[in-house]
Design a protein around this ligand. Structure first.
Ligand SMILES: O=C[C@H](O)[C@H](O)[C@H](O)COP(=O)(O)O
Length: 211
């Protein structure tokens, strides 16, 4: 699978425009994209990063890391996913970077999602759905998830880049991801739901093939 991840990371380069600013996601697939982007670093202004992990790699390869508040809207965002359905709706957050990822995706005109074939599913939910929560709301959010038939598991020991905690929800087969995303977004204490359904990907690359 890591060969497909590398191919996807390299294939995403063809969507990067000269002189532009690139939104950069997080994870092992994105790491291949950043390595490929390093070869073009003199042709872009820089990148907006979704995590401390990606920021460190971007700086290491000499790509300037810019502040989203200063750049304004971006033309492109490149990121991986944990699951992707036929409508390019995603589960993300396996690496706990979902909040900043969702912010940059929302600020970008085009979301290019890079995955290997194991991430492609008919129905989202086999991968436990990550939810970032304010720490004091962990139990409240857990009870709300149980009411909705899910099995919440606290990702003990993990603190997000925003100082919050992550709950992974097992046992949901997500037939209507847009409705679930909207519903969960109403629960106090939830910062970000790892469903990218209201704002799905625009392009999905599985290895070097477009879905
Ligand atoms: O929080 C992490 C992100 O949503 C990643 O994009 C996702 O977990 C996929 O990561 P990887 O490319 O390592 O499988």
């Amino acid at each position: 699978m890591s060969n497909e991840k590398r191919l996807a990371g390299e294939a995403a380069i063809r969507y990067v425009e000269d002189g532009g600013i690139v939104g950069v996601g997080t994870g092992s697939t994105v790491a291949f994209f950043i390595d490929a982007l390093a070869d073009l670093k003199d042709r872009i202004q820089g990148a907006v990063s979704s995590s401390e992990q990606s920021t460190a790699q971007l700086k290491r390869v000499g790509i300037p890391v810019l502040d989203l508040n200063a750049t304004g809207p971006l033309s492109i965002y490149v990121d991986g996913a944990d699951e992707c359905d036929p409508y390019k709706r995603l589960i993300k957050g396996g690496g706990a970077a979902l909040t900043r990822e969702k912010i940059i995706a929302a600020a970008s005109a085009r979301f290019v999602c890079i995955i290997d074939s194991s991430k492609r599913v008919e129905l989202l939910g086999k991968f436990p759905l990550p939810i970032e929560v304010i720490p004091m709301a962990r139990s409240l959010v857990g009870r709300e998830i149980v009411k909705r038939g899910g099995n919440p598991v606290w990702r003990d020991g993990v603190v997000t880049d925003n100082g919050n905690w992550v709950i992974d929800v097992h046992g949901w087969q997500i037939a209507d991801p847009v409705a679930l995303e909207k519903d969960l977004n109403q629960i106090p204490g939830i910062v970000t739901v790892g469903l990218f359904a209201q704002r799905a990907a625009d392009v999905v690359l599985i290895g070097d093939r477009e879905m």
